[in-house]
Ligand binder design. Structure first.
Ligand SMILES: NC(=O)c1ccc[n+]([C@@H]2O[C@H](COP(=O)([O-])OP(=O)(O)OC[C@H]3O[C@@H](n4cnc5c(N)ncnc54)[C@H](O)[C@@H]3O)[C@@H](O)[C@H]2O)c1
Length: 434
């Protein structure tokens, strides 16, 4: 099949490369000429494990190409995907659909013959109807089916998630469109991946319900972690004890500094807005948003308490990990964006390291960026782990302690065992463990 992919970001680039790897002929289009130039010259604009090789192999095989010229990509395409950003609209939390509608207008002017327009971006219920109306307005004679196909990949494991997903959801009523979608995902049918065909609105809502549920699960265990600290219990054992119950499941039960990232914060807000607009508020998610926002802010107080309980004036805090999770360079709504400025406001000097910290350098001012964890620890009054990159899991604690001004470690991801760190002479605070 011939595929055009609007948006060559975290989702568009991975999806485009994976569809090419399935054997389809894919052209990725992006408005960002710098991004396309970089891709055309063999570079990869984001960090995602395995993506460089997947892209290179498929470019080499002639199945994957990049352009800023939408016309080249859309003419003759069987399916045109929209994978552009849907950030939060300032003020009301609704998804900003301006990029989606701009892409839809452009697509409308270019399609020829029967074309399936597929929304892969996360969009509120009813957006597919609007896209269809836009296309019909621009080109009343266009033969088009508008389909919802939300993406569930996780950054850091995006290729594996795309190629071996738990399920594929397709919101399509038109039979010809269903046939095109089946053909696109054929290799997954062979793997016996469940493919769920639904109405378009249902499919749009499935994506938000999934993300909101996961955000709620994380927020639940975070509140249980606070209770564990208060009553002298261990949140990791509580999480294991409940997670072994198959009705609950063990994933997304790691207590931490609050969820961040490119999806959960904006998608929970957008669901709250949609539900209110339709007069059917989802109070659980409204509370989830509120609790999570407060939690990210509270983390700096936890760090202050660990240092001396007063303020951080004149203190140096070393920070390990800034991206919203390991194995990505994505900084969107990362907890570090709340924690680091709050520590700075309390008077701390920050020195930090992240293995993929180029975006963090741009977003966090006044931070002394170091080249490795030991440089971060040097002279620090506290060492804080915000993001659990693998390389932080087996630090030489004796070496760390020897270079710190005071041996205080705040582990916001519970990657160390309390007794191991304390045995090495540290004051050690983690989340939900006493
Ligand atoms: N990042 C994730 O982990 C993830 C997972 C599932 C779903 N999603 C959803 O997928 C969508 C895309 O997310 P992302 O993280 O890939 O965003 P992104 O910001 O990384 O990429 C979006 C790209 O679209 C381009 N773009 C914008 N308007 C365009 C247009 N008219 N024509 C061509 N290109 C255009 C931008 O230049 C940018 O490169 C969002 O709706 C998001 O919620 C993201």
């Amino acid at each position: 099949m011939r595929v055009a992919m609007f948006g060559a970001g975290y989702v568009g680039l991975v999806s485009g490369a994976c569809f090419a790897d399935f054997g389809h002929e894919v052209t990725c289009i992006d408005k960002d000429a710098g991004k396309i130039e970089r891709l055309q010259s063999g570079g990869i604009p984001i960090y995602e494990p395995g993506l460089d090789k997947l892209v290179a192999d498929n470019v080499q095989a002639g199945r994957l190409s990049f352009t800023t010229d939408a016309a080249v990509a859309v003419r003759g395409a069987d399916a045109v995907f929209i994978a552009v950003g849907t950030p939060s609209r300032r003020g009301d939390g609704h998804a900003d659909l301006s990029y989606v509608y701009a892409a839809a207008e452009e697509i409308a002017g270019l399609i020829d013959g029967f074309t399936v327009v597929v929304t892969k971006s996360t969009v509120p219920v009813g957006t597919g109807d609007e896209i269809e109306a836009t296309i019909k307005r621009v080109r009343p004679e266009a033969m088009v089916a508008v389909v919802s196909n939300p993406e569930f990949l996780r950054e850091g494991a995006a290729i594996e998630d795309f190629k071996r997903p738990d399920r594929v959801v397709v919101g399509a009523e038109d039979e010809r469109a269903q046939a095109v979608m089946r053909e696109l995902y054929r290799p997954l049918f062979l793997n016996e991946t469940p493919i769920q065909f639904t109405g378009r609105r249902t499919s749009e809502l499935i994506k938000y319900a999934a993300n909101a549920f996961l955000a709620m699960k994380i927020t639940f265990i975070n509140e249980v972690a606070d209770l564990c600290e208060a009553v002298g219990a261990d949140v990791q054992q509580v999480a294991r004890g409940i997670g072994l119950d198959k009705r609950i499941g063990g994933k997304f039960l790691n207590a931490g500094p609050g969820y961040g990232g490119s999806c959960f914060p904006k998608d929970t807000l957008a669901l709250v807005k949609t539900a209110r607009d339709y007069g059917s508020p989802i109070k659980l998610i409204e509370t989830t948003v509120e609790v999570n926002d407060a939690r990210k802010k509270a983390m700096s107080q936890k760090i202050t308490r660990a240092v001396d309980g007063q303020d951080l004036a004149g203190k140096t805090v070393g920070v390990l990990g800034l991206t919203f999770k390991p194995n990505t360079d994505d900084m969107r709504d990362a907890p570090s964006l709340d924690i680091v400025p709050a520590l700075q406001a309390a008077g701390a000097k920050i020195q930090a390291f992240d293995p993929e910290g180029h975006e963090a350098r741009r977003m966090l001012g006044g931070v002394d960026f170091k080249e490795d964890p030991y440089d971060v620890a040097a002279g620090a009054d506290a060492l804080v782990i915000i993001t659990e990159w693998d390389q932080f899991r087996a630090l030489d604690l004796d070496r760390i302690r020897a270079v710190m001004a005071t041996p205080v470690m705040v582990d916001l991801r519970n990657i160390y065992k309390t007794e191991d760190v304390r045995a090495r002479g540290f004051r050690y605070l983690s989340v939900g463990r006493t």
